[in-house]
Design a protein around this ligand. Structure first.
Ligand code: GCO
Ligand code: MG
Length: 408
């Protein structure tokens, strides 16, 4: 079997998605997700101009070898653009291999370790009453665990509440094709640190002690602030506290660890195992958050999960709307197969997105299952995709009250 073409499709059924379609001389095709929110076209160029020509004429069954060739062969390693591009190739080759075998991908990964995949959903509110309504809505949808985010008194637009990304046709009255520059959000760490315990107090007193609760600090805190938050919220018994500090400096999580037993999750912006080495070796975290789409594919993510498992660290893969249904499918197969699974983030997609990417995975009563179609179980409707072309869009930027830029 040989690869005869590798084509990149960019579509925007509510937000942008980058998909690689690999075709073989035997007519079997494979799909891979290469969506990098706000930087989509950089990955398109990497795939189209640098990787696709290398794939033509190669054997799609050599998944590990192809991965090593693309990773080592570039000399310039790592980084989100490179690793999203390699991820798409890796997913597409696994898709082809599993389709050829006539098996759903999870069977090639060792088979099911569980019957279904537990998820968490997002509850957001500008204030506490709105947040409580949102938690109620997620529970009514069947989610067994909920991430809670609210606005912060005194700040106008805050992550998780302000709809600053291109996830809807309109954001603050502007169509997404007018979002040619990043939206701006506000930040004040002191106000945030005062507010978080009050929202967790309100949610616990409304919904009781048993509901698994998560919260995302989105890389905004210094090591000292991170340690303070982790210890202050300890009494609310979180399922996890996510992305406390920008982890370019992995050692900064030591302080939070020394001051709290709150479970910690990190890794949605990591792209290789090297970003995790100190965190895993010193057991500074409890959950690895990488998405198959941003970590170079199924091949390296599986290795990371096995390494994490040696330290009793579990998975909590990134699953926002900006992972396409192709990327979601790949990680749901992994979720089902690996032993040290923890939880899967699942935000779902627009109805139109589900039509562009018809998929076999299901979401029932808060649990996902990858389905039993051969391969990843996703088909791309290319005509419908072409009817919804790329729309320039950025992620927001964060500003402190004095106008200086802060981590978003
Ligand atoms: C999450 C993430 C997302 C990211 C988004 C950026 O926990 O789901 O933090 O909300 O901000 O994926 O593209
Ligand atoms: Mg996050």
């Amino acid at each position: 079997m040989q690869i005869i073409s590798a084509d990149v499709v960019v579509t925007s059924p509510g937000r942008n998605f980058v998909t690689l379609k690999v075709t073989t001389d035997e007519g079997v095709t494979g799909l891979g997700d290469a969506t990098l929110n706000g930087r989509e076209q950089a990955v398109v160029a990497y795939l189209r101009d640098h990787l696709a020509p290398l794939l033509i004429g190669t054997d799609p069954h050599r998944v590990e070898h192809t991965w090593q060739s693309l990773y080592r062969g570039a000399y310039w390693r790592r980084g989100p653009v490179t690793m999203a591009a390699i991820a798409a190739v890796d997913m597409a080759l696994w898709d082809i291999k599993a389709k050829t075998a006539g098996l759903p991908l999870y069977q090639l990964l060792g088979g099911a370790s569980r019957d279904r995949v537990r998820t968490y959903g997002h509850a957001n509110g500008r204030d506490i009453p709105e947040l409580l309504d949102s938690v109620r809505a997620r529970l009514a949808e069947g989610y067994p665990a909920v991430r809670v985010q609210t606005g912060v008194p005194g700040l106008q637009r805050v992550y998780g509440v302000h709809q600053g990304t291109a996830i809807a046709a309109e954001v603050d009255g502007m169509r997404i094709d007018q979002l040619a520059r990043p939206m701006e959000e506000d930040w004040d760490t002191a106000a945030y640190l005062r507010h978080v315990p009050t929202i967790l107090e309100a949610v616990r007193s409304e919904f009781g002690a048993e509901l698994p609760l998560l919260h995302d600090a989105h890389h905004r805190l210094s090591p000292q602030e991170a340690a303070r938050l982790a210890s202050t919220v300890e009494r609310y018994d979180l399922f996890w506290l996510e992305d406390l500090t920008p982890a370019e400096n992995q050692a900064s999580l030591r302080l939070a660890r020394q001051h709290s037993t709150t479970p910690l999750a990190i890794g949605e912006v990591f792209n290789t195992v090297f970003d995790y080495q100190t965190l895993i070796d010193e057991h500074l975290i409890d959950y690895v958050r990488s998405a198959v789409t941003h970590f170079g594919g199924v091949t390296p993510l599986r290795k990371l999960v096995d390494y994490a498992g040696q330290h009793q660290i579990r998975t909590g893969f990134h699953g926002p709307e900006d992972i396409s249904p192709v990327g979601m499918a790949a990680q749901i197969h992994l979720d089902l197969a690996v032993h040290n699974f923890g939880i899967q983030e699942y935000s779902g997609h627009t109805e139109l997105t589900h039509r562009v990417f018809r998929h076999g995975y299901t979401f029932t009563d808060g649990y996902l299952h990858p389905g039993d179609l051969p391969g990843l179980g996703v088909e791309l409707d290319e005509e419908l995709a072409a009817a919804h072309p790329y729309v320039p869009a950025y992620l927001p930027v964060n500003r402190l009250l004095d106008g200086s830029v802060h981590d978003w």
